[in-house]
Write a protein that binds this ligand. Structure first.
Ligand SMILES: Nc1ncnc2c1ncn2[C@@H]1O[C@H](COP(=O)(O)OP(=O)(O)OP(=O)(O)O)[C@@H](O)[C@H]1O
Ligand SMILES: [Mg+2]
Length: 254
């Protein structure tokens, strides 16, 4: 049974894309069949996995508008067996408007993914930093939402709004949707702030908290400019180690 995980937090820059790229790559490295869907017009997952956004014939945008097929919008990720991607580019920014008035616009992505759900062990969806119709499409497609939380002072800002959105989608559009859990990112062991944030979130949030904490690691920040996931860019770095552990934990939770 394929498990579909949406990586969402409408707060920008919290590590959604870094987690989408590296969790996907580490799940694939562990032998799982993985598809990652870039649902952010910024296309950072796309370029971070080595695809050239200017050379793509089809993206998730054409797929959503029914201008291409699943097969034609899927690309191999160089260097990683078992990992495929449906990329995105800036055109996707217009999709929101083009979806207006379409029937079942909340389910456009789901209706596509349903054809291939069983072909993958994991389908990971990287969401844009907003709670728009693209994110709703990710949430109707997903079994669960994984929420990266950056270890910084404003970490909890917006989280109640995010949880409210997940609850609404669960009530009205996708009754199987769950909050998968929270992953702390960019943890800095040298500051008290990071550990304070972890404590505060644990005390305030009624959601599973992944034991794996992603440290702030410069190799994770460098890897996307080489178009490589961390396990290929620097497989021995603390960042690679942490995302391998996260993949293990995701697998162990079934
Ligand atoms: N653990 C980490 N250590 C160091 N740098 C990191 C780490 N995680 C993410 N970064 C860097 O922080 C920035 C934001 O990360 P990322 O793009 O993953 O966040 P995002 O939530 O996807 O952002 P957006 O909301 O814009 O989509 C990027 O420059 C990324 O390289
Ligand atoms: Mg992103």
């Amino acid at each position: 049974m394929g498990r579909v995980i949406a990586i969402a937090n409408q707060k920008g820059g919290v590590g959604k894309t870094t987690t989408a790229i590296n969790l996907s790559a580490c799940l694939a490295e562990a032998g799982k069949k993985v598809l990652v869907i870039d649902l952010d017009p910024q296309g950072n997952t796309t370029s971070g996995l080595g695809l050239d956004k200017d050379e793509l014939e089809n993206t998730v945008y054409q797929l959503i508008l029914n201008e291409t097929t699943l097969r034609d919008s899927m690309y191999k990720v160089e260097g990683i067996e078992n990992l495929k991607i449906i990329p995105s580019d800036v055109n996707l920014a217009g999709a929101e408007i083009e979806l207006i008035g379409l029937e079942e616009k909340e389910y456009i992505l789901k209706n596509e993914v349903d054809y291939i759900r069983e072909d993958y062990d994991y389908i990971i969806i990287d969401c844009p930093p907003s709670l728009n119709m693209l994110t709703v499409n990710a949430m109707t497609t997903a079994d669960s939402v994984l929420v990266p939380i950056q270890c910084e002072y404003y970490a909890l800002e917006g989280i109640s709004q995010l949880i409210h959105t997940i609850d609404l989608v669960q009530e009205r559009l996708n009754d199987k949707l769950k909050i998968d859990g929270v992953v702390f990112t960019m943890y800095d062991s040298r500051t008290n702030l990071s550990s304070d944030v972890v404590d505060t979130v644990k005390n305030n949030l009624d959601a599973y908290v992944y034991q794996t904490i992603i440290p702030r690691n410069v190799r994770l920040a460098e890897a996307p400019s080489h178009g490589l996931p961390i396990n290929l860019y620097d497989g021995k770095s603390a960042g690679a180690e942490s995302y391998r552990n996260l993949a293990k934990e995701v697998i162990a939770r079934g």
